[in-house]
Design a protein. Structure first.
Ligand SMILES: Nc1ncnc2c1ncn2[C@@H]1O[C@H](COP(=O)(O)OP(=O)(O)OP(=O)(O)O)[C@@H](O)[C@H]1O
Length: 296
């Protein structure tokens, strides 16, 4: 059973379409980045996943069950709420007793989020990064199979962001399924297996970071370049080959690079460089989202 499946998920607020016909699947064990500019519809989607907002259309299943049944699901959405004058540990104790969670789990989650050393200090004295990590600890109390985090690095300084990234990587490496939303591409590309990009309420791309970055292609420096281009157009078809800034951009599975190299050499071309094409992900993101800035 996939941890998250959305089919044609739609939410309208009056005339505002917050989310439209969203198909999205999060697979077991992956860290999935749900990416989009502010106002794109991320929070609305996550709220529908958790049963906090009723969809106008379409459906959501978490582990095959409708939203509302949050067995095996932990979430941190729109900033955690804690008692400022209680310690981090005591805040977790309160939550654990509400949730019927064994107290021994508190030490485990404090350790996971790297807060054991400060757990007896008052919540009010925590940095924003520590507050966010305590929020993740709270979401982990019930040892969920699926963790949903809405903008977990929002407002954090670079060190706080790095700590949060490291935490999510640890959770992913331990086999948890994690869905995180973000408006910062750089933040998710380093930690996510797959990324879904949403703009104006629609999912416009869903792919692995490697695929997004590489497209499927090779960049080749060869001389004479026009001869190389003609040859590859014969072999691969004209649309697959273009000459950009004196080099060849070739749409082909990068796994075929040795074969392509050999073919060019046989055709009398000298190949000085042949590597998978890397796209500037920031550029891809801006193109896909219509060039909107990340700020409000
Ligand atoms: N309760 C509501 N009533 C009316 N419109 C809403 C409501 N909640 C969200 N919207 C609108 O729906 C759209 C999507 O908002 P949403 O908060 O889901 O975006 P987001 O991608 O999470 O952005 P952010 O990161 O800024 O929260 C926006 O145009 C927003 O103004």
């Amino acid at each position: 059973m996939e941890p998250v499946v959305c089919e044609k998920l739609t939410k309208r607020y009056g005339s505002v379409v917050a989310v439209q016909d969203l198909d999205l699947t999060v697979r077991s064990g992956e860290v999935y980045g749900f990416l989009g500019p502010n106002g794109a519809g991320k929070t609305t989607t996550l709220r529908m996943l958790l049963g906090l907002v009723r969809p106008t259309g379409g459906r959501v299943l978490l582990h095959g069950r409708p939203p509302g049944d949050l067995t095996g699901v932990g979430a941190m959405i729109e900033g955690p709420a804690f008692y400022p004058y209680l310690s981090g540990r005591d805040n977790l104790r309160v939550l654990a007793s509400y949730a019927g969670v064994d107290r021994r789990r508190i030490d485990v989650v404090l350790d996971l989020v790297d807060l054991s050393g400060r757990s007896r200090h008052k919540y009010a004295t925590y940095s924003l990064g520590m507050k966010q990590r305590l929020g993740v600890a709270a979401a982990l109390l019930k040892d969920p199979q699926l963790l949903i985090l809405d903008e977990p690095t929002n407002g954090l300084d670079p060190a706080g962001m790095a700590d949060m990234r490291a935490l999510i990587r640890r959770l992913g490496a331990a086999g948890s399924t994690v869905l995180i939303s973000s408006h910062l591409l750089g933040e998710v590309e380093q930690i996510c297996d797959r990324v879904g990009i949403i703009a104006h309420g629609r999912l416009i791309e869903e792919n692995t970071v490697a695929e997004l970055r590489g497209g499927a292609g090779l960049r080749i420096q060869a001389t004479p370049v026009e001869h190389a281009a003609s040859w590859l157009r014969l072999v691969l078809g004209a649309p697959a080959v273009s000459v950009v800034d004196g080099a060849l951009d070739v749409t082909v599975d990068p796994a075929r690079s040795a074969e392509i190299n050999e073919s060019l050499v046989k055709a009398g071309v000298s190949v000085s460089e042949l590597r998978p094409r890397e796209r500037d992900l920031e550029q891809v993101f801006l193109e896909l989202t219509g060039g909107e800035s990340n700020g409000r």
